[in-house]
Design a protein around this ligand. Structure first.
Ligand code: FDA
Ligand code: NAD
Length: 435
C-alpha cells in the first residue's frame, strides 16, 4: 500500500487569493503534485467582484469562464484546465469541516483527509444576515451575495419577477452595486440603510450626496436613517410582499437583497492561531503565529506599513497581492532568501451605472474637494484629497482615466505636503498629474 499523500502546499479556500497564489507558485516554480487547493465552491477561482456587477446584467451578462482569475488585473485567465495542466490538485465542491494545524491535516465534510506541509488560509468572508441583527427572515425571496451560487439564485428571481419591486437593504458596497444592477434590470428599486449617507466607511457627505443624487436621477429611491425590522409574506406562497421599517414605513417588495456586511471565516482555526481585528494575525509576510501556516486576503490582519498599524482589508486588490506576497515568502524561505516586507497602498474601487471611482491611501483628516460634482453633468468628474498633519494621505477620484488614476495613486503613496488648501482645491487633479 502506498503511503498517504502529503501535499507540499495546500490552500484552504478557492477564491481570489487562492487563484493568485496558484499563479505565483507556478511563476516561482512548482512541481506536479505539490499544490492542492480546496474549495467549497463548484467553480475554479474567479474574480468575485463580477458577481455584483456584469454578472447580474440583463444584456450580455458576464459568465464563466470569462472572469476566472487572473483577468481582473489584466493577466491570463486560469481556467479549470490550467490547474490540471500544471499538476495542481483542485478539489472543488469540497468543504473543509476541520483543520488541525498541529497534525497538518484538513478533513472534508465527507471525512476525507488532506495532509500538507505548508498551509495558506484563504477562506475569505461570509455574509452577515439580517437574522444576525435579530430580524426574522420568515419569507421567501430574501437574497444575499457572496458566491456564484448566490448570484444564480438572485438571477432566477430577477427572471421570474420581471420589472418587479426590489428593496435593497444596506448602503455599503453590495447595496450600491446591486441597487444599480437591479435598476439596469428595470426593477423598481428602493434602498434602505441606517446611516445618514451611503458608504460612510469611505464617502464623505459630499461624495455620498453626488451618488445619492445620481441614483435618484436613475430612478432609485433611497430611504435613509432607518432599518428593516421585519417582513410580511404573500399568504398564498410565502413570498415577500412587504418590508417593515423601524420608522413605521412599509415598502412593497417582490425581491429583497441584503448587503449588511461580511465576517471573516476564521472559525476552523479558533484556539489554534492568534487572532486580531476579527481575523488571523499575520506579519508582513502573511505568516501566522503557527509555523508553516499563512493567512491571506479577507481573513488576514496584517501590518499596514505606511500607517504603522494592524489592518484587515476586505478588498480584491489586497487579496491578490497578499497571496502573491505569501507565496514569494514561502519560496524565498526555501532558498534561504529574504524578501521585502509587505508595503501596501490601500486601493478600493467600484463601478455602478456609467460611473467608476477609485480610492488610494487613507481617508483620515480634513478634506479638500475638486472638480464637477453635478450629478446631471454628462461626464461628472470630481475628487477629494484627505489631509492629515499637513500631508495628503488619501485621494478619491470619480471618472478618471488610466493616467489620472495612476497619478492619484502616486500622490497617496508619496504623501506630499498639501500646502495651501485653497490652492490645492483650485489645482484639483492637475496637482496629482504634476507629481
Ligand atoms: P474569497 O471570498 O474570494 O474566497 C474564499 C473561498 O474560500 C471561497 O471560495 C469559499 O467558498 C472558500 N471557503 C471558505 N471556507 C471554506 C471551507 N471551510 N472549506 C472549503 N472552502 C472554503 N472588492 C473590491 O476591491 N472591489 C470590488 O468591486 C469588489 N466587489 C465584490 C463583490 C461581491 C459580490 C463580493 C462578495 C465581494 C467583492 N469585493 C470587491 C471583495 C473581494 O471580492 C474580496 O475581498 C476577495 O474576494 C477576498 O478574497 P479571499 O480569497 O480572501 O476570499
Ligand atoms: P459593507 O460593510 O460595505 O456595508 C454594510 C452596510 O450594511 C452598512 O453600510 C449599512 O448600510 C448596512 N447595515 C449594517 N447594519 C445594518 C442593519 N442592522 N440593518 C440594515 N442595514 C445595516 O458590506 P457589504 O456591502 O455587505 O459588502 C460585503 C463585503 O463585500 C465587504 O467585505 C465588502 O468590502 C465587499 N465588497 C466590496 C466591494 C467593492 O470594494 N467595490 C463590492 C461589493 C462587496
Amino acid at each position: 500500500e502506498s503511503p498517504e499523500k502529503i501535499f507540499k502546499y495546500a490552500i484552504l479556500g478557492g477564491g481570489v487569493s487562492a487563484g493568485y497564489a496558484a499563479r505565483e507558485f507556478r511563476r516561482q516554480g512548482l512541481k506536479r503534485g505539490e499544490l492542492a487547493i480546496v474549495s467549497r465552491e463548484a467553480a475554479a477561482p474567479y474574480e468575485r467582484p463580477a458577481l455584483s456587477k456584469a454578472y447580474l446584467f440583463q444584456k450580455r451578462p458576464s459568465r464563466l469562464p470569462d472572469f476566472h482569475v487572473c483577468v481582473g488585473s489584466g493577466g491570463q485567465r486560469l481556467r479549470r484546465e490550467w490547474y490540471r495542466e500544471n499538476g495542481i490538485s483542485l478539489f472543488l465542491n469540497t468543504e473543509i469541516v476541520r483543520a488541525d494545524l498541529a497534525s497538518k491535516t484538513l478533513t472534508t465534510a465527507n471525512g476525507r483527509t488532506i495532509k500538507y506541509q505548508i498551509l495558506i488560509i484563504g477562506t475569505g468572508s461570509t455574509v452577515l444576515k439580517l437574522s444576525d441583527f435579530g430580524v426574522e427572515e420568515n419569507v421567501k425571496n430574501i437574497f444575499y451575495l457572496r458566491e456564484i451560487s448566490d448570484a444564480d439564485k438572485l438571477i432566477e428571481a430577477i427572471k421570474t419577477k420581471r420589472k418587479g419591486k426590489a428593496v435593497i437593504v444596506g448602503g455599503g458596497y453590495i447595496g450600491l452595486e446591486v441597487a444599480a444592477a437591479m435598476r439596469i434590470n428595470n426593477f423598481d428599486v428602493t434602498m434602505v440603510y441606517p446611516e445618514k449617507w451611503c458608504l460612510p466607511r469611505l464617502f464623505t457627505p459630499k461624495i455620498a450626496s453626488f451618488y445619492e443624487n445620481y441614483y435618484d436621477k436613475k430612478g432609485v429611491k433611497i430611504v435613509k436613517g432607518t432599518t428593516v425590522i421585519g417582513f410580511n409574506a404573500n399568504s398564498s406562497n410565502g413570498e415577500v410582499k412587504e418590508v417593515r421599517l423601524k420608522d413605521g414605513k412599509v415598502l412593497q417588495a417582490d425581491i429583497v437583497v441584503a448587503g449588511v456586511g461580511a465576517r471573516p471565516l476564521t472559525s476552523l482555526f479558533k484556539g489554534q492561531v492568534e487572532e486580531e481585528k476579527g481575523g488571523i494575525k499575520t506579519d508582513g509576510f502573511f505568516r501566522t503565529s503557527v509555523s508553516d501556516v499563512y493567512a491571506v486576503g479577507d481573513v488576514a490582519a496584517f501590518p499596514l506599513k505606511m500607517c504603522n498599524e494592524m489592518r484587515r482589508l476586505e478588498h480584491v486588490d489586497h487579496a491578490r497581492k497578499s497571496a502573491e506576497q505569501a507565496v514569494r515568502d514561502i519560496k524565498a524561505s526555501e532558498n534561504g532568501e529574504l524578501i521585502e516586507e509587505y508595503d501596501y497602498l490601500p486601493y478600493f474601487y467600484s463601478r455602478v451605472f456609467d460611473l467608476s471611482w477609485k480610492f488610494y491611501g487613507e481617508n483620515v483628516g480634513d478634506t479638500v474637494i475638486f472638480g464637477d460634482y453635478n450629478p446631471l453633468s454628462k461626464e461628472p468628474k470630481f475628487g477629494t484629497y484627505w489631509i492629515h498633519k499637513g500631508k495628503i494621505k488619501g485621494v478619491f477620484l470619480e471618472g478618471g482615466n488610466a493616467e489620472e488614476s495612476e497619478a492619484i495613486a502616486k500622490v497617496a503613496r508619496a504623501q506630499p505636503s498639501a500646502g495651501n488648501l485653497e490652492e490645492l482645491a483650485k489645482e484639483g487633479l492637475s496637482f496629482a498629474l504634476k507629481m
